[in-house]
Design a protein around this ligand. Structure first.
Ligand code: NAI
Ligand code: 15L
Length: 272
């Protein structure tokens, strides 16, 4: 596949979308932006579409002429099932249908660690959780990410649309909890990973974890590295301060015992 140049970025008004609007273009992309929230474009950003994923016409328009889709839009925390169903499950289906109709060949799907959130937390630095670990969603939100991964698999097998599903850890400018020390994805590494996912040849449907090269890593990054991803960042410089403020994770605390952190408590407790 030739390198995609024009990319539809759904969820462009969100936290990650806003970061990627700045960090992806230097890798060589023109971004078309899509979100239900209005976006004020800056110079160099061609266009922004304000619409819900449920708006098929708007999505059809959005995918026209793009080389690939980076699909970030959706509810990004736990929510009532009906809301998750509409935004994350039906919404992701509509993205794939629009891509299929328009002949778009590559999607990068923002999955989440919460698709496998009930996986027991391994020792820090073990990088022990494989990509093939059984799904153990910790929320309806995590369940919707598993659905998205399976939808990607279906559209590859039936329609030949390739997807890299990235089980993102915590992508914020800096880690804000001890748990995040193990799963942090720096924004710059996120842009590197998206670039690898957009350009690696013959990905079929590939699932990867999305994090930086953290000293305290819990999962196996080899499928991401196989795409050409070379993480440059590590959360370790934040460790001393976070540990001093919050203490070490306590295996007896249900909010600390699993990969998904406080998403694994009922109801989920914030912050995580
Ligand atoms: P966010 O909540 O800040 O942004 C999501 C964006 O999607 C919002 O701007 C929202 O308006 C838009 N959106 C939601 N429902 C929509 C709909 N029905 N139609 C159109 N637009 C809609 O979330 P964030 O942090 O930027 O995450 C982006 C994606 O990455 C999400 O899919 C999230 O689940 C996933 N992710 C993010 C992680 C992180 O650490 N930031 C970790 C794991 C996954
Ligand atoms: C996610 O999937 C969320 O979208 C994000 O806001 C964080 O909560 C992240 O997981 C996390 O696990 O820290």
């Amino acid at each position: 596949m030739t390198a995609p140049r024009t990319v539809l970025l759904t969820g462009a008004a969100g936290g990650l979308g806003t970061l990627m609007r700045e960090l992806l273009p230097p890798h060589g992309y023109r971004l078309r932006l899509f979100d239900q929230r209005a976006i004020e474009t800056t110079e160099g950003e061609p266009d922004a579409i304000t619409a819900e994923l449920a708006d098929k016409e708007a999505l059809r328009e959005a995918v026209r002429g793009v080389d690939a889709v980076v699909h970030l839009a959706g509810i990004s925390l736990e929510a009532p099932f009906e809301k998750i169903l509409r935004a994350n499950i039906e919404g992701t289906y509509q993205v794939y249908e629009a891509a299929r109709e328009a002949g778009v060949r590559r999607v990068v799907f923002a999955s989440s660690n919460h698709a496998v959130g009930f996986t027991p937390r391994p020792p820090d630095g073990s990088a022990a959780i494989p990509v093939g670990t059984p799904r153990r969603p910790d929320t309806y939100y995590g369940l919707s990410k598993g659905f998205g991964e399976d939808l990607a698999s279906l559209y590859w097998d039936v329609h030949g649309i390739e997807t890299v599903s990235i089980r993102i850890g915590s992508c914020f400018p800096a880690p804000t909890s001890v748990r995040m020390l193990s799963i942090w994805l720096s924004p710059a590494d996120c842009a590197r990973l998206l670039h690898a996912a957009l350009t690696a040849p013959d990905v079929g449907h590939t699932v990867v974890y999305g994090s930086s090269a953290n000293t305290r890593l819990w999962w196996d990054l080899s499928s991401a590295r196989a795409l050409g991803y070379e993480p440059q960042d590590d959360s370790e410089p934040y460790a001393a301060e976070l540990l001093a403020a919050q203490g070490a994770l306590d295996p007896a605390d249900p909010a600390h015992a699993h990969l998904g952190g406080a998403f694994c408590t009922d109801p989920p407790q914030w912050p995580y």
